[in-house]
Design a protein around this ligand. Structure first.
Ligand code: 4NP
Length: 164
């Protein structure tokens, strides 16, 4: 029998507003870190947006550029978060408190997903929120990259420690 059933892996879904700037970056960084630690099979990593404005689009070119500068490739297309995402067990990581509130509303009482805030894992957080870089310049994307790198490292450590 094949021992690597999907149920053996943990679903980790990163969520922002548009699913074109922050959450695709978080997805790429986390998946790359898991791969580097040879933990790729332990996680199913994805991202989504609470809003549907950009459904079907590639990540923002500024997110693609900052990711590429750090050796991370972003290949996904934006999608909107669905009820299924919060009803099934798994970890759903909100980029800011507004995303977190939207996800909690969508989950209601019956959902089994664990909704957490990305910057609760940031070892150097000066705010609870990953700032939205969409209307700013390229510096904002580099700053978001650094926040997400610190946060994803701690999140991965935490999820690995749980599984031990
Ligand atoms: P994201 O950034 O939530 O990090 O993907 C945004 C992308 C698009 C918009 C807002 C934020 N928008 O208003 O279209």
């Amino acid at each position: 029998m094949n021992d690597s059933r999907p149920s053996d892996s943990t679903s980790v879904l990163f969520v922002c507003l548009g699913n074109i700037c922050r959450s695709p970056l978080a997805e790429g960084i986390f998946a790359g870190m898991a791969e580097t630690r040879e933990l790729g099979g332990r996680f199913r990593v994805d991202s989504a947006g609470t809003a549907g404005y950009h459904v079907g689009e590639r990540a923002d070119r500024r997110s693609i550029a900052v990711a590429a500068a750090h050796g991370v490739r972003l290949t996904g297309r934006a999608r909107q978060v669905s009820q299924r995402d919060v009803h099934e067990p798994g970890v759903v990581v909100a980029m800011d408190r507004s995303n977190q509130r939207s996800l909690e509303r969508l989950r209601g009482r019956k959902g089994r997903a664990e909704i957490v805030l990305m910057r609760d894992y940031d070892t150097d957080a000066d705010s609870p929120d990953v700032p939205d870089p969409y209307y700013g310049g390229p510096d904002g994307f580099e700053e978001v990259y650094r926040i997400l790198e610190r946060s994803c490292r701690s999140l991965l450590d935490d999820l690995c420690a749980r599984a031990d």
